[in-house]
Each structure stands twice: as structure tokens, then as C-alpha cells.
Design a protein around this ligand. Sequence first.
Ligand code: G6P
Length: 464
Amino acid sequence: MASEQAGAAQVLVASNRGPVTYSLGADGTLDAKRGGGGLVSGLSAVGDEADALWVCAALGEGDREAVRRGVGEPGVRMLDIDADVHAAAYNGVANSVLWFVHHMLYQTPLEPAFGPEFRAQWAAYETYNRAFADALAGEAAPGAAVLVQDYHLALVPGMLRELRPDLRIGHFSHTPWAPVDYFRLLPDDIAEQLLRGMLGADRLGFLTGRWADAFTACCVAVLGGTSGTRIGVHGLGADADFLRERARRADVEERLAALREQIGPDRKVIVRVDRTELSKNIVRGLRAYEQLLADRPEWRGRVVHVAFAYPSRQDLAVYRDYTTEVSRVADAINSAYGTEGWTPVVLHVKDDFARSLAAYRLADVALVNPIRDGMNLVAKEVPVVSDEGCVLVLSREAGAHEELSEDALTVNPYDVSATSVALHEALLMPPAERAERTKRLAAAATALPPTQWFLDQLQALTTP
Ligand code: G6P
């Protein structure tokens, strides 16, 4: 049964952040910047014939202006949701509460407090989800497949199901899912609403079995069951073809030369690349490196920690403070241990994908130590582009650990001392073993390329 308002799109993706974003120049010109990533390549694989549409939120002044002027990319519809509503939903609910619950990030003084301010933000979250559900209902052809993404849009499946029972609705979580006792920090009515919203989908996708099981456990505890919604696991892999080609281009070569210069000759390199965000555990990573220098003086002057920490969600004080703390700790290590010709930590904060790839290529060790992470693609990308093999020091709490544990050095992300020991072992690993492990890691990391990841979900959704 299709509603009268049905549109023409056969395959729809909905996410907060879309594949393109606009910046508004001082002279009034709009500059489009296209994003990469799994969803972008997945959706382009669907092809024009299928009439694919990506529904996303306008995120800044540039995006809003583009909507007003009717500027856009074919196959993308940006929703100009009221800026205050968006801010409350995105900053207030999604990134201050849901992100913290699923990544288990609450700790004094960051405690959950669900008073009137949160209730107002929750109302905005509902409004924001409603805007997506309405737009999707209007754009989807009869019987179309809709793939809703992430914790920003947990209520959309249920809302859309009511508006358009003819649609096949999927939802995919790119984050971990909280264990029951942690999830139940949320007010009871909201915990229930979130789960019911997601269960409005025909099928739910998660990155690992662990997150899928946690979701099911929450449904059993809060609602008594999953009411027949299908649940699947799709472990997004790295895009080997894209990465290998991209990592050999001239801009990466240039940055590689610059980094080598900055690091100095005959030094080992420990690399990390993250958005600066609490779940990534950057400060404990720096502390572990500091402990390495303290406990094993033989490494002083012989190793450099290249840390790329790209600012993220800077509208929120807790993310800003963390960004400041990362710089402060890096500076303190450099003051304590640096010498005339050796800077122990090279910290870069300006997002530069080409430079990230250059760092992946030259890394002897990659440090990926999140407190919790849905997958963590850095862990999967490094082995693919590494020039001479790289030892992966990997948190057991990253989704990627399920697939990479055999050839990575596993760490408990809270255990700074153990992480420091793992860094030492990684630096000492013989080149042949390192190369062998990297080869196996690359094979495991690319087992499910993004396009296949997307098409598998689409197929699973449309096959009853
Ligand atoms: C995580 C989320 C994504 C989000 C990304 C960047 O990976 O799962 O949905 O897009 O972080 O965060 P941002 O808030 O900048 O979109």
C-alpha cells in the first residue's frame, strides 16, 4: 500500500551528515566539498537507474544557503531544519547523550543529568527525526528501500513505518551499542522510545556481533523482546582499491617527504590518526608513550610519535576541553623530553587526508586505543597502505578487534602501563614478522569492501 504522496526514489539513504557540504565564501560564492567513505561509494554503486536519493541535514551556513538558493547535487536532498532544533538534537541529544551512552563515556564530572534542559533537547530530537521521516515519506517510491543511518536518527524507522507501511526500512548503527545496565542510565520512557523507534525497521544492522547482541539484550530488558525485527551484522571493511591508488598520488608523496623531514633520519615512528573525541582515548595514548620514554630511556631520540588529532564537534565544551587537553599533554611531553634535534611528539590538528595517508605509509607502529569504537577504520586502513609493514597496537574495545585480533597487539585501553609495554614490543618486532602480520591484517581488513557492505545490506533488506 503506497501513500498518495509517494515519490520516485527506489533506494534512499538518510543520515545527519551527507556526502557533500558547502562553505560560503566572503564574496557569497558557495564551495562544495565532497566526502568519501563507505556510504558514498555504496550508494554510487546502486547506480542511476535505481533512482537513489540521499537525505541529510544542512549542517552549517553554507549548506543552509545552498538549500535556499536551490543549489545541490543530483541525488542529494538537504533538509534545512531550524538551526536551534538541529543544534539541540545533534549537540544536545546525539553527541552529548547517545554518544556518551553507547561509548560508556560518563565519568565525573561528566555525569548524566536528565532535567528540563534535556527534555527540551529531546523534543528537538523528535522534531529533527520527524523532519527526516516526512522527507523520506515524500521522496520514496512505492515499496522503496530506505537505509537510515546511526544514532542521530533512531526514531526515524518507527515514524516512517507509520507514514509509509509499504516501504522496506533498514537502520544501521555505526557506533557500539551500550550494555543493558549502561543503556538504562537513560530515562525509562526515552530508552523505550529509542528502542521502539529502531524496531520500526524491518532490519537493523550493526558492525559486530557484540553490538548486535547488546542491542538485543537492551530490547529484552526494556521491552521484553525485539518484536520480530531482523538483525544482521555487516563488518565494514577498508576500500583497498581506493586507498592504494590514493596513497600513491603526488600530494601524498609531498607530505611523506615533509613528514620524513620533520621526524628526522633513523627514527621509528608511532602513528595515530583520530577525530579528537573522548572515545578515541588520545590522552591515555600520549601517557603510554610518555611512560615508554620514562621507563625505557633507550628510545629517547630514537622514536617519534606522530599524532593527528582532528578537532570534532567543537560546539560542545566537553569536546573543546578534550582538544585542549590533548595539546597540553603533547606539549608537556615535548618540554619534558625534547632536545635540540628531537621532538618526541609531532601533533597535527588540521584535517588533511593526504597527510594521514602519508603517515599510514611510513608508520612502524599504529596506535589505535579507543575506549570503545563501533569499528575504527584507521586500524583497517593502515595495513592496506603501509609501505614496509606496520605493527598494529589495537584496543580490544574497537569493533575492528573482532576481525584483527590475531595479528594485532591487543591492549586494554584503560591500562596505560600495558599500552606502554605493547608499544615497546611493537617497536622491537622483527621486520619479517611485522611484514607477515601486516599482510594478514590487510587481507582481514578488506574482506568486506564498502560497496559490498552496502549492497549486502540492501539485498538483505529487500529479500524477505
Ligand atoms: C561517527 C558516527 C558518524 C559521524 C562521525 C563523525 O563515526 O557514527 O555518524 O558522522 O562519527 O562525527 P560528526 O559528528 O562530525 O558527524
